[in-house]
Design a protein around this ligand. Sequence first.
Ligand code: SF4
Length: 327
Amino acid sequence: MKKPLLDVQNVNASFSIQGRRLHAVRSVSFQLFEGEAIGIVGESGCGKSALVQSLLRLVPASIESGTVLFDGVDLLSLSMAELRKIRGRGIGMVFQDPMTALNPTMQIGQQIQEPLRIHRVADKREAKTRALELLRLTKVPDPEIRLTQFPHQLSGGMRQRVSIAIALAAHPRILIADEPTTALDPTVQAQIIHLLKELRHELKMSQIIITHDIGAVASLCDRVLVMYAGKIVEEGPVDGILNEPRHPYTKMLLLSRPSLRSKRGEKLFAIEGSPPSLFSPPAGCPFAARCPHAMKICESAFPPVNQNAACWLYDEKDSDVHAAFTH
Ligand code: SF4
């Protein structure tokens, strides 16, 4: 059987905020295979970024339980120095908002050369050539000129390309991109999606795309994980999730995306209410307060996963419940 490149099992992570625990990631498990791209979708604050940043210990989260194996190595048992070698070399990360992710006081060329030197991928002279190659690879126009420029001299799209170039510098096997198209014009968004797709195939890498843009997931990913209130509530192949979603949250998320077919003046669908507080997450289904199909059991017990969705509607043991919903 094929072994996953990244194997995350039952991870619980929390943050301490003013003496209280915020349970941002709750019993999350997923796998990523060599060459595969998965999308993690959900509303803001559902735990998407907290999940990947906790796995790489980029944020001061406490990992309370779980295992995270990257190519068989348990990332949670590594020292910070050992983990730093994996970050960049094994797993590259493109952070949200390239303007703040890039150092405003450093030239673009220096910022790309830095990871090359840290990971000893190239010496000083080779690093300059490699930086230029990376700008070409990520299709930054006039790459020779950009090497000596600063982030504020570049457009939003170019800054995102530079962030991708930095993440690719040390040849990672997995590229994680956190909201790679947010705050970009629609045409630039399409170009960045195209670039990520090309890079995945050209460099034979795996990708994790974190986004609230389901359109980006459709173009880039093989599989989708839908997160809500720190949990994965549905998972499946991209076509299945987009064309035949199971979980009521996924269905409503898909209904709330803008469509070119929407009529002028037509009000966009919005999911009423807000996610529960993760300082004291509910014992039952976290979507119960917003779900049009909520039943009594939904409030008291977290649903089992059936047909890839954590929802009591698909509980195979309780066929009466299922029948009541489907008929
Ligand atoms: Fe709705 Fe209940 Fe399913 Fe939660 S478990 S999504 S509340 S039907």
